[in-house]
Write a protein that binds this ligand. Structure first.
Ligand SMILES: [Zn+2]
Length: 143
């Protein structure tokens, strides 16, 4: 089974906004930051203006460990976006972190063939710098 050639992919670069800037600043430093509600303690991702549990607007960003399980995945066989053509087929994963149950984060499963993506498989975050400003949280198997 061949590995995806991510080095040849020219990814679209995320553009931080007021809601997501802290998340991207953390990723650049190698920290995965999730929103935490100061009213009820709920951790959530992606960033939102209100708590998804209690609708409080008293939210901050705190580090999470970055280990969890694959909640869902899909395998991309077609390159609708030609920039990803060198990587197909590849696995996109949705991950539920151990210390943020219910919050889901998307990424690619790196370092192994796409056939290694399975629901419930242990993964950990790794950080893939795209340029000086943006680093993308991604995932690899946590053996
Ligand atoms: Zn809350």
């Amino acid at each position: 089974m061949t590995m995806s050639n991510w080095s040849a992919v020219k990814r679209p670069i995320p553009v931080p906004n007021d809601l997501t800037r802290a998340f991207w600043d953390g990723a650049r430093r190698g920290e995965l930051l999730f929103q935490r509600c100061h009213t009820c303690g709920n951790r959530q991702h992606p960033p939102a203006p209100t708590c998804t549990n209690c609708v409080s607007t008293d939210l901050g960003f705190e580090p999470v460990e970055g280990r969890g399980t694959i909640y869902a995945y899909t395998v991309m066989f077609h390159s609708g976006d030609r920039r990803f053509a060198d990587a197909i087929p590849y696995a996109s994963v949705i991950v539920e972190l151990d210390d943020a149950p219910g919050a889901l984060i998307a990424g690619n499963l790196l370092g192994v063939p796409y056939t290694e993506a399975h629901i419930g498989r242990r993964v950990r975050v790794v950080f893939e710098p795209l340029n000086d400003e943006i680093t993308l949280p991604q995932f690899e198997l946590d053996q």
